[in-house]
Design a protein around this ligand. Structure first.
Ligand SMILES: NC(=O)c1ccc[n+]([C@@H]2O[C@H](COP(=O)([O-])OP(=O)(O)OC[C@H]3O[C@@H](n4cnc5c(N)ncnc54)[C@H](O)[C@@H]3O)[C@@H](O)[C@H]2O)c1
Length: 402
């Protein structure tokens, strides 16, 4: 199949290009290289070195024996988006090109406005461009499990049957997003559902859990093919951050009680799930929702697993509870469904503990890079709109061994 990846330079886009090409798909993509700039802006860098685009493309051709068509460009440039889609005529479009950080969207008015504009208008442009130039193509749109929030009932895959005042209907399950970033995904969900209903587009909206991991097999041992791995307060997601903290013997910092429960999945399983979705498109006009995660854990359970994984490679780390910068429930019910991907044949490959051991081993080689930007581990972006560094967090920092 011809697969176009928007956001191809990102944490998931770059490995997905390799995973699909290794399976015989023809891949092209677009990226404005914004993620590279955002991480610099928040005072950090990727623990795993990220090579220049031309070096990545060179390595790609060497490894897979075929060039990767890459466009440096912005989804907000509607004419450009139409042109590149028209030239490639994709069978599937995987849309990953959004600003993916909740804390970044909560920094201040400017960052919230940027996030909403970039994500909502970029996705809207994608819908219009597909309608205009490739209406038969299948849109695989990345949403997030965070759209649902943490309701005190089970979470279905997108829709549920409701009975109200004696009448029944199947309706979208309520979205209760908890940041201006997550709210962009809710807007996207409604826009995508509407476009399918109105224009007969076909889409799979993937409510993805938190992805973690440093590698997929297709990368081999070429460092230019590795994906980025961030650990800062904005772009470092829980397991990735814990593994980086472990490598520099920094206490594993839990926000508040650590009872927040979420769904997680390794990068290699995220690739498998996205590929299953691409290879089994819905019918024209169909809008379907997949919840995509492997297992649910509390953040404290994950920290304990990271502590054990670190011990297995001779690293001793403490777990430390710090002031929660977010306004969120720290203890709650959480029971989402995830049967649609399993019905398509999804089989988990690695459990969390095994993947964490691989990550810690990979990251040990980059210990100095993490140490050099360890300040970025400290969360000071608060949901109440103020920004301050707590004394507890400062104490954590000064205790780190360098
Ligand atoms: N990584 C996760 O744990 C996770 C979990 C749930 C959902 N998601 C979603 O999956 C998608 C990909 O996530 P990721 O972790 O790879 O993020 P990422 O930031 O690494 O990748 C997104 C890429 O899109 C590009 N981009 C953003 N806006 C753009 C624009 N207007 N025009 C062109 N390029 C643009 C960025 O430069 C970046 O390379 C995001 O939509 C994210 O919300 C990710």
């Amino acid at each position: 199949m011809r697969v176009f990846i928007a956001g191809i330079d990102g944490y998931l886009g770059w490995p997905l290009a390799q995973y699909l090409t290794a399976r015989g798909h023809e891949v092209a993509g677009i990226d404005k290289l914004l993620r590279r700039r955002w991480v610099e802006e928040v005072g950090s860098h990727s623990a795993i070195p990220v090579y220049a685009v031309y070096e990545r493309l060179h390595a790609f051709r060497e490894r897979f024996g075929t060039p990767l068509t890459f466009h440096e460009g912005d989804l907000l440039d509607y004419a450009l988006l139409c042109d590149v889609l028209a030239a490639f005529q994709p069978d599937a479009v995987v849309h990953l090109a959004e600003m993916p950080s909740a804390p970044y969207s909560m920094i201040d008015q400017a960052h919230a406005a940027f996030t909403q504009h970039n994500n909502v208008i970029g996705s809207l442009n994608m819908l219009w461009a597909m309608k205009a130039v490739c209406p038969q193509a299948h849109l695989v749109k990345l949403g997030t499990m965070g759209e649902y929030g943490t309701p005190n009932v089970d979470i279905p895959e997108g829709f549920f049957e409701v009975e109200f005042r004696g009448r029944k209907d199947v309706l979208p399950f309520p979205r209760q997003a908890n940041s201006f970033y997550h709210l962009t995904k809710v807007h996207d969900t409604h826009n995508t559902m509407f476009a399918c209903k109105t224009w007969e587009l076909r889409a799979t909206d993937i409510m993805q859990g938190v992805v973690f991991g440093t590698q997929i097999d297709e990368m081999g041992d070429d460092p230019r093919l590795r994906s980025r791995l961030d650990f800062d307060q904005c772009f470092g997601t829980a397991i990735n951050r814990f593994c980086c903290q472990a490598v520099i013997e920094h206490p594993l910092t839990l926000y508040g009680s650590g009872g927040q429960k979420r769904g997680f999945l390794p990068m290699r399983d995220s690739m498998q799930c996205l590929t299953l979705a691409i290879e089994s498109p819905p019918e024209p006009g169909e809008y379907r929702v997949f919840n995509q995660f492997e297992e649910c854990y509390t953040v404290e359970e994950l920290a304990l697993k990271a502590q054990v994984a670190a011990a297995a490679v001779g690293i001793t780390v403490e777990i430390q509870h710090i002031d929660n910068p977010r306004t969120e429930q720290e203890a709650h019910y959480y029971n989402p469904d995830r049967s649609h991907l399993i019905a398509l044949g999804y089989e988990p490959t690695h459990d969390v503990a095994a993947e964490m051991r691989i990550m810690i081993n990979d990251l040990k080689a980059h210990r100095d890079r993490i140490l050099a930007r360890r300040d970025a581990l400290i969360p000071d972006i608060r949901w109440d709109g103020t920004r301050r560094r707590s004394q507890v967090i400062g104490a954590v920092l000064t205790s780190v061994k360098s």
